[in-house]
Design a protein around this ligand. Sequence first.
Ligand code: ADP
Ligand code: ZN
Length: 612
Amino acid sequence: MPELLDTLRLTFGYDQFRPLQREIMEAHLAGQDTFALLPTGGGKSLCFQLPALVRADRGLTVVVSPLIALMKDQVDQLQAAGVAATYLNSSLSSAEARSRMAGLHRGEFRLLYVAPERLMLPEWQQNLTGWNVAALAIDEAHCVSEWGHDFRPEFRQIAQLRDILPEVPMMALTATATERVRADIIKHLRLRDPAVFVASFNRPNLTYKVQPKDGPAKQISEFVKQRRHESGIVYCATRATAERMAEALVKRGFNALPYHAGLPAEVRSENQELFVRDEVNIICATIAFGMGINKPNVRWVVHHDLPKNIESYYQETGRAGRDGLPADCLLLFSAGDAAKQSHFIDDITDEHERNVARSQLRQMLHYAESAGCRRTELLAYFGEGYAETNCASCDNCIEPRDTYDGTIPAQKFLSCIYRVAQASRFGAGVNHLVEILTGADTDKIRRWGHNRLSTYGIGQELSRPQWLGVFRELMRLGFVQQTEGRYPTVEMTEAGREVLRLRSPITLTKPMAVPKAARVRIPRKGAIECDEILFARLRALRKQLADERGVPAYVIFGDATLRQMAREYPESVAEMHDIFGMGEKKREQFGEEFAAEISDHLKDNAKMAFND
Ligand code: ADP
Ligand code: ZN
C-alpha cells in the first residue's frame, strides 16, 4: 500500500517501517483482527495511528489505553504532527469534554483515546454507533489478563464492544506476553481469527554491562559524569536507597531527584514531570517509576540493585533508547546482595511463591555472572535465539572475560562433594565444602569427621572467596547444583560426574574486575555523530518551544531529528525535507526557527564534516 509509506514520510517524517509495522497495518486495513507483540520502542502506536490516517472511509479509530497520563502525551504528539486526534478522560473539565464530544459528533477527529471504563457508560454505546467507528485499538492489551503483571478488571468489559460494533476490526498491542497471557488476550478481547505478529525482542541499540558493586555512589557518579547532558534512571531496590542515591548525586553536582511510592503524590508527579521536561536529568527510583512515561530519549538505565527477575530487568532497561538511538544499561552486582535476597526469599511462607522467587533469583544470578553474551542470555529467557556469536554491544562480547585452566581446582571441588556424599548421609552446603578444602578447624568439621576426608585441606592455595568463585563457575557450567530450601546443599550433576570421571580439562572464567575509572568506553553502535555545540543550541531552542506550549521536548522533535540537523546544517525550510522525523506539519511550524538558529550558529562557526 503506497499510501502507508507516503503518509509515514509526509506526516511523521520517517522513511521506513520498523519490523512488522507494515504487515500489521496491512492486515488491519484489510479488516482482519490483529495481535501485535512488539518490544518497547518497537513503534506500536504507529501501527494504529497510520492506518487511521489512510482510511478511505475517514472513520474514527478508537484507542483504548489504561494510562491516562499517556493519552495527553500521545495526543500532543499527534497534534504536533498535524493529526486530528483527541482524548476523553476524567482529567478534563466538563465544558472541555462537551466540546470534544461535539467535535466527535461532527466527525472532526481521526483518533480518539479513551479509558476502558468510560466506553461502557450507557450513553457511550449510542455515541459509538453514531461516530462512524472504523477501528478499535487496544493498547497495553496484557492488562486484560490476570496472568500479566498489570491486570485491570475494566479491560474485561472491552469485549462488549464487539456486540456494539460487530463489523469493526480490533487490534491488540502489547510489549509483554507469555503464551498464557497471549491466549488470555485473544480470548478476553474476543479476537476473531486474528493475524498474530510477534517481533524480535532484541533491542539492538541498547548496550548491556554488568559491574561488581563496589562503592555504588562513586561508581554511578563516574558513570553519569561521562553522560552529563543525558537523561537516565537509577533503579534502586528500596525507597531509602533511592533517596540516598539522589542525595549522593546532588552532592556530587548532578541534577537528580528521587521517585518512589513513599513520596506524596504531588511530589512524585512533579519529579516525573521535571524529568520528562528535561529540567532534571537523573531520576533515582524504585520500580514504581516507569510505566507511565513515554520519554523516548532516556539514554541510560543503571540498576543499583539486582532486579527481582529477568523479565523486570528487561522491562526496566527497556525504558532506555525508545527513540532507537544508542543507550546504555548497567547492572551493579554484588554476591552479598544476592545472599541477602536469598534470605528474604526463605521467609516467604507460600511454598509455590517461594520456589518461583528462588528460581527467578537463580536466573538473575546466572545473567549477572555469565561470561557469555548478555543479549543472548536475555533473549533466551523469552525463548528467542540470537544468531550472532558476538553482539558487539555487551561487556562480554566487547571485552571477553579472561579464562584460565581451572581443571585442578574444579577437580578438587568436585571430589570434595563426592567424598562428603560418600562419608555422610547428607550433603554439605557450599561454605562447609570450602572449609573442608581450605582445611578449617571448626566444630562442625570435627563433629562430622570431615577432617579425615582425603580432600581435607587440599585447597589451601586459594582463599575462601576464590573458592566461592570456583563454585559459582561450576554452577554456571552446570557441573554442580544447589538443592532448594533454607539450607541448600551442593550436589554434582550428571555432567559433573562425567568430567570428574574422564578427568576432562575445565576452563573457568576469571571473576569480573571492578573497572578502573579511565577505562575505554564501549563505542555506541548506531550513534548519529554530529556537531555537538550546534546540537546543544538546537536542544535549547527545542526546550524553549516546548515550554511555551506546555509539552515535553520530544513532542516537538526527537533527539535523532536534532542530531541530523546538527550534521546536515539545513539553513532553510526547503533543505529540511529529508531530515528524519520532520513531517510536513512540523516543518511548517518549526522549520523556520531551527533554520535561523543554524544560520546564526554558522556565522561564527565552520561546518564540520562527517563520514556516513
Ligand atoms: P512502543 O509503544 O512500541 O514502545 P512507540 O510507539 O512509543 O513504541 O514508538 C517509539 C518511538 O519510535 C516513537 O518516538 C516513535 O515516533 C518512533 N517510531 C515509530 N515507528 C517509527 C519508524 N518507522 N521510524 C522511525 N521512528 C519510529
Ligand atoms: Zn553480547
